[in-house]
Ligand binder design. Structure first.
Ligand SMILES: Nc1ncnc2c1ncn2[C@@H]1O[C@H](COP(=O)(O)OP(=O)(O)OP(=O)(O)O)[C@@H](O)[C@H]1O
Length: 343
């Protein structure tokens, strides 16, 4: 069971993260015929202390670009990003924020422990190395060379490095990308143990299951905007609902749509051909209304898969890019991220 703390502020009265009308556009290369890409299109978000928030969205939704602004790696085109009431870079330099990004150079010939020690030596003060290794679930692997560790284990190492400064905010950008189900599971188990200590966590993911298992709150983004934001259980039920369709006459369609939208748990009603297509958490209630009062016929009920759920909530499928691709010649933005640990 998840509980959803309402966004809280610390004694300074400032939330952990505050994004106001955040916009980021990328200009095409000079001479190119490509158009401007609006990666983030007016995001408002407040994350309270101790909240664990999933930033969930399909490819190209603007997740990474938003997190980059939270980390001060890139400046907004307009709008503001504040972290603990300060400009992001200042919060990062102050040691309050760490990040685990999708990829990032690790030295392959060092062991896990040597890597953690080396990075620890670059800080003025850190949590004890052994404690960090334990918390990242690496105790049994600490003598192993990085090159001999799986992708999942290397990602746990990046997580350990991010824990070194004992940050108040941990930002993770699709930390389990490319891992198999078992490795993903292990990674989140490790995270679970750590987050229960009260750290604020914001993580980007494509996986509804991951968001569901780990986050208190899901912020669903598509096309650079927030399309749903709420307690995990609520978003989960909206996303895992059923689709009920029935043939309804043209005359009845508009009043039937209005009546259906008044039913609790109905998240979407569309006209497709001669059918009304209803997405709802309580398919029985929808079926009763459709077949009874609304005079529908030829009823069908299907369970909404993740694909459909995404479409119902975002208007597009998980793999569909939302804001156009980067213009030719612009390097993939991951390469621009300098390191996996941001201080
Ligand atoms: N440096 C850049 N130049 C041009 N366009 C960019 C740049 N970085 C990102 N974009 C575009 O901005 C949009 C949002 O990208 P972003 O990486 O933030 O999305 P995302 O939700 O993190 O996607 P994914 O899940 O695939 O990582 C995409 O259309 C992307 O192609």
């Amino acid at each position: 069971m998840h509980t959803t703390p309402s966004p809280t502020a610390d004694s300074s009265g400032e939330p952990a993260i505050e994004l106001r009308d955040l916009v980021k556009t990328f200009q095409p290369l000079r001479g190119s015929t490509d158009t401007v890409v609006t990666a983030v299109d007016g995001i408002d978000l407040t994350v309270g202390h101790g909240e664990v928030v999933a930033f969930l969205g399909p490819n190209g939704a603007g997740k990474t670009t938003t997190l980059d602004m939270v980390l001060g790696l890139t400046e907004p085109t307009s709008g503001t990003a504040r972290v603990f009431g300060r400009p992001p870079r200042s919060a990062v330099i102050g040691g309050h924020v760490s990040a685990v990004l999708q990829t990032g150079g690790l030295l392959r010939d060092l062991t896990m422990r040597e890597t953690v020690r080396m990075i620890a030596s670059t800080y003025a003060a850190t949590a004890p190395v052994d404690e960090v290794i334990d918390r990242a679930g690496l105790a049994a692997l600490s003598g192993r060379r990085v090159s001999k560790c799986s992708g999942g284990e290397q990602q746990r190492l990046r997580f350990a490095l991010a824990l070194l400064p004992d940050p108040r905010l941990l930002v993770l950008d699709e930390p389990t990308a490319g891992m198999d189900v078992t490795a993903r599971h292990e990674f989140w188990q490790t995270m679970h143990a750590d987050a229960s200590a009260g750290r604020t966590v914001l993580f980007a993911t494509h996986y509804l299951e991951e968001a569901d298992a780990f986050a208190h709150r899901i912020v669903l983004v598509a096309g650079g905007r927030v399309v749903a934001d709420g307690p995990t259980a609520e978003i989960r039920s909206r996303a895992s609902g059923r689709t009920v369709t029935a043939v309804v006459s043209d005359d009845a369609a508009a009043p039937a749509t209005a009546a259906l939208l008044r039913l609790p748990g109905v998240t979407d009603v569309k006209r497709r051909g001669e059918r009304l297509v209803v997405t709802a958490s309580d398919s029985d209630a929808v079926a009763r209304l459709l077949l009874g009062e609304l005079g529908g016929r030829d009823l069908e009920i299907t369970t909404a898969g993740l694909e459909e759920a995404f479409m119902a909530l975002t208007g597009r499928s998980p793999g569909e890019p939302s804001a156009g691709s980067p213009p030719d010649g612009i390097p993939a933005r991951r390469g621009a991220v300098p390191a996996e640990v941001v201080r």
